[in-house]
Ligand binder design. Structure first.
Ligand SMILES: [Zn+2]
Length: 342
């Protein structure tokens, strides 16, 4: 080989090597950009409970839960959102499809944020989590499983004001929590929300129900664990009561909204003119019958609410309230925009 050819070969080899390194670096950049740099996405001053719910650090020291619940619905069902730049177009399309699932069954409308002060900010993270209900200001929805539509629907339902199904006050009638099988540091995730509203019957199929292996000591992902709950059923943390055993395989559904999920979203964010009224009794729970068959006029609601009770008017609008009203009841309009006219 001539000296000139040798030089040419050397030069081409160097160019090839430079190109190869550039390609590798580019791949790294692309790969890095697809991964999240925000970790679990939980901002300073906040922490996670129940695995995927963002609350302030002082959550357990305050009486915050009560206040959160009643004020946490989004007025008129309008939820402004912003996508972080990490949420590129394929993720956005996927999230918009998840939003559409909820918009299809309620008056919920996810809108691109304009100047609204309260909004959800959706970003990629290493895990999925969200606060429960409208917090005021910017609130995060962190997404890892951007390609699993109903996991995103689950997180969006948190942001709309829904807690986990198995934390409702009556849950011990329906499931047994196997505390011995739960990792010690995770046991708080199974606390009951004693003030939570209970809408309808206990819903094993809810998209908001934990799976049977949630937080199990038989953790399939931990090398130190000698058992794997998902594969063997060993170390299940939630066992359905024997009389409901047919639902054992149903809990943890993340494939679709259950019928009652749909009703609950409809009920909190009613597509006009459905689901206008609900009587709320003194202990703060929604009775089953009322959920399944809400009042449709103010008069019916007033008659059906006991003295000192609370009548919730869920859909904004003008309601005829003719006559003299002597019974002491409290009227609440959590979604606003309600006028009682003579
Ligand atoms: Zn959750």
């Amino acid at each position: 080989m001539s000296k000139r050819n040798t030089m040419r070969l050397l030069r081409n080899t160097v160019i090839m090597l430079v190109l190869l390194v550039m390609m590798l670096l580019w791949n790294r950049v692309v790969i890095f950009a697809e991964q999240s740099s925000v970790g679990d996405g939980v901002p300073d001053g906040y922490m996670l409970i129940e695995g995927d719910i963002i609350v302030p650090d002082n959550y357990f020291e305050t009486q915050g839960r009560q206040a959160w619940r009643e004020n946490s619905w989004w007025p008129n069902g309008i939820v402004p959102y912003v996508f972080d730049t990490s949420f590129t177009s394929q993720y956005r399309d996927s999230m918009l499809a998840a939003m559409a699932e909820l918009e299809a069954v309620s008056r919920i409308d996810f809108v691109i944020r304009g100047s609204e002060s309260d909004y959800i900010y959706i970003q990629l993270a290493d895990v999925n989590n969200s606060a429960v209900g409208r917090q005021g200001g910017k609130q995060l929805v962190n997404i890892f499983n951007w390609n699993k539509r109903f996991i995103m629907v689950h997180e969006l339902m948190h942001s709309l004001g829904f807690w986990h199904e198995q934390t409702r006050p009556s849950r011990d009638q329906f499931v047994t929590i196997q505390f011995d099988s739960i990792k010690f540091e995770s046991r708080h995730n199974f606390d009951i929300h004693s003030d939570a509203g209970e809408w309808g019957y206990y819903d094993f199929a809810s998209i908001m129900h934990y799976p049977e292996c949630a937080f199990s000591i038989c953790d399939c992902d931990t090398t130190s664990s000698t058992c794997c709950c998902e594969n063997s059923g060993q170390g299940r943390t939630i066992i359905v009561k024997p009389e409901y055993s047919q639902y054992q395989s149903v809990i943890g559904n993340r494939d679709s909204l259950s019928n009652l999920d749909t009703l609950s979203v409809m009920f909190a964010y009613p597509p006009v003119p459905w689901w206008k009224f609900c009587s709320k009794d003194a202990d703060g729970l929604f009775p089953d019958g009322t959920f399944g068959n809400p009042y449709h006029t103010f008069s019916e609601g007033e008659t059906g609410t006991s003295p000192g009770g609370v009548l919730w008017i869920l859909a904004p609008g003008v309601y005829s309230a003719q006559g003299l009203h002597k019974k002491p009841i409290i009227i609440k309009a959590p979604l606003g925009g309600v006028i009682l006219s003579q």
